[in-house]
Design a protein around this ligand. Structure first.
Ligand code: AMP
Length: 189
């Protein structure tokens, strides 16, 4: 049963690793950023609300994100497991996730903290060519990460739920490291 939270600064490779692990483990990859980009493309009410935040590199308000995650977890494909990418991003979101998982009688295996030196992050993001990857928006997203998201590292570390993984090595090696952490958890279970 794989229930995994991928954590790290923007550009750390969460999306790449989440997609690979989802494929390998046969569970859905839940990326709040992808859900917002899809909603914006389709101009749904959530998309219309979220657009300015994404364009400016700011966080979408917690209540909007939490409703969206709650809705996603009501889909039956999440029953066998899931990989969360980009959520939670604030302490209130982490509390909301705890509440949601306890309601649906689920837990999670681990928070994987992908560590990548700051100087690599900007280069990686500039290479992706996403709409919110212009240099000033990238800098804003890194600042938002420092201020609002990085406190979650201690939040989960204090609960012994966080494992650091070096995200600066080649993609395959990162995936292998995450898999070995997961199998240690299975052995311990
Ligand atoms: P990502 O694809 O995870 O880098 O997310 C892209 C953008 O979507 C972020 O810069 C935010 O504007 C928004 N977003 C994604 N996930 C969240 C979240 N958990 N909380 C608030 N905003 C989010």
């Amino acid at each position: 049963m794989a229930r995994l939270i991928l954590f790290g600064p923007p550009g750390a490779g969460k999306g790449t690793q989440a997609a690979r692990l989802a494929e390998l483990l046969g569970v859905p990859h839940i990326s709040t950023g992808d859900i917002f980009r899809g909603a914006i493309a389709a101009q749904t009410p959530v998309g219309v609300k979220a657009q300015a935040y994404l364009d400016e590199g700011k966080l979408v308000p917690d209540s909007v994100v939490i409703d969206l995650v709650r809705e996603r977890f009501s889909q039956p494909d999440t029953h066998p497991g899931w990989i969360l990418d980009g959520f939670p991003r604030t302490v209130p979101q982490a509390h909301a996730l705890d509440a949601l998982l306890s309601e649906i009688h689920q837990g999670f295996n681990r928070v994987i903290n992908l560590e990548v030196p700051a100087e690599f992050l900007v280069q990686r993001m500039l290479g992706r060519g996403r709409k919110d990857d212009s240099e000033d928006v990238i800098r804003r997203r890194l600042q938002v990460y420092q201020e609002e998201t990085s406190p979650l590292i201690d939040f989960y570390r204090d609960r012994s739920q966080l494992t650091d993984i070096d995200g600066s090595v080649p993609v395959d090696e990162v995936t292998a490291s995450i898999q070995s952490v997961l199998s240690e958890d299975e052995d311990a279970a």
